[in-house]
Design a protein around this ligand. Sequence first.
Ligand code: PGA
Length: 243
Amino acid sequence: MNLFVANWKMNMTRGQARAYAEQLGQIVGDGRPRVDLVLAPPYTALDAARDPKQRWSIAGQNVAAQREGAYTGEISASMLADAGCRYAIVGHSERRRLFFEEGTVLAHKLERLREANLTPIYCLGETEEERARGLSAVTLTRQAETLASDPAAAPLVVAYEPVWAIGTGQAATAEDCANSCAHLRGLLSHRSDLLILYGGSVTPENAPEILDRGGVDGFLVGGASLSAPSFAAIAGLTKNPGS
Ligand code: PGA
């Protein structure tokens, strides 16, 4: 089943999250949606974003590399599980770039998630400079190495998120996406339960084309996921609210 993840980043108070969940619930209706929906709110809004009817799941945007203890400001995998999360995002480019997270620490985060039975949404993608130098595939190969000791039979979501496309309004073309996703599927061909998402300036307008021809199983959406109607349109649950 296709998967659509709303990455709210550092946006949304609890009140805003509750209003969003209410609106999304009205759009989805009472049955289970025909795609998998995930909301990744900030930690403080996890509970407010949760759906008692389980029509969508919730995800942490990050997780501590350690199990527990004296790590002021961190949130552990077992705390995420306890808060009702099914997934957690690991290796988002903002974490890599702004918080200096790299391979070793990300591998520890993956281990912690597996211990808590959470499914990682592992992000990777090349920078503008790597793309310009023809290093896109090399970069993806290097970043995928972090998954080397992650159990091959466990469910895994990988999000291809080229850094140059995130928050820039310049989404990858379906062709870019298809090339990178084919490369990733080759690297991860031993995985038995793998979904590959695309992320980077996804909108209700460009989503159908990338989903159709980009070789992806869904999207990780930032900016355009901050409105429930827009997120629902990207997930194909309604028509584009802007059209
Ligand atoms: P964007 O963010 O959709 O705002 O480009 C995507 C992401 O960072 O996951």
